[in-house]
Ligand binder design. Structure first.
Ligand SMILES: [Zn+2]
Length: 270
């Protein structure tokens, strides 16, 4: 594939994700890791830890800890499957390229593969056509995340990463539990990506993102400062927020502009 030189990390990543998408398409976009593993010739066993490995006899195995919550297990199974997909991609060539790229540091190579397998698992859980359907239905924003999670079975956190990472757009996203606790946040893009909001803290009852008293339907837009956990920095911006009735959670996107002009995308301040 690369005749004249070794690929860099971006090229390894692109080739791997393409191989994952192609594998998934051939297998009907199933999200059932046990079924996908069977079709790939990978044995699934129960174990004390989650792990993917190949025996000295060449048998490919996934160990799954059955004590994990069911929803997380579905994602973990896909993640472990992704390790086998990575090692099999281009007949093992991609794995070899990654090792030689980080030849001085095995830990870095392992971490790079780990990150790639998280990304691959997210695509197996939420394939491109599901993501597109959610974006078509609601445009870029919190409603697309709730839609994607509902239709894929992924967590709100995983669906949020999938929607946000697919776009270059600078955004701070904040997911709030019904009691006002920030469950998760994500900072993405060249400007906002370096300033994490944090999580695990509780918003005051009067905060505009507090789910108590938050409108129960549709998207709300306003301006406010980003609620950083550990910083008093004042970063005011536009906010697009919505509450999901089923979970009672509020998800907010702090952003300066939407990803791209699209006729389906409602304006920030219509
Ligand atoms: Zn892993």
């Amino acid at each position: 594939m690369w005749d004249d030189r070794d690929p860099d990390f971006a090229e390894i990543r692109a080739a791997f994700l393409e191989a994952v998408d192609e594998f998934h398409r051939r297998h009907g976009y199933s999200r059932n890791f046990r079924r996908l593993a069977a079709e790939l010739g990978v044995t699934v066993k129960e174990g004390e830890v989650n792990k993917a490995f190949t025996t000295p006899e060449g048998e490919r195995v996934i160990l799954i800890d059955p004590r994990e919550p069911r929803a997380r297990l579905a994602f973990t199974g896909l993640h472990e499957l992704a390790h086998h997909l990575f090692q099999m991609a281009l007949d093992g060539e991609l794995d070899g390229y990654l090792r030689s790229l980080f030849f001085k540091n095995r830990a870095l190579a392992t971490q790079a593969e780990e990150n790639l397998c998280f990304e691959a698992a997210a695509r197996l859980m939420m394939p491109g056509h599901l993501l597109e359907a959610s974006l078509q239905a609601h445009g870029y924003g919190p409603l697309a995340v709730f839609h994607l999670a509902r239709h894929s079975g992924a967590s709100h956190q995983a669906a949020l990463r999938r929607v946000v990472q697919e776009h270059e757009t600078d955004v701070h996203a904040v997911l709030v539990a019904p009691n006002g606790k920030v469950l998760y946040s994500l900072a993405h893009g060249p400007r906002r990506g370096r300033n994490s909001v944090g999580s695990g803290f509780v918003l005051p009852r009067a905060h505009p993102l507090h789910p108590q008293g938050f409108p129960s339907e549709g998207t709300v837009t306003f301006e406010d400062r980003v609620p950083f956990k550990r910083s008093s920095a004042v970063w005011r911006s536009k906010v697009v927020a919505a509450r999901e009735a089923a979970s009672g959670r509020v998800l907010a996107f702090y952003l300066d502009r939407l990803p791209r002009a699209s006729p389906d995308q409602p304006g920030l301040f219509p």
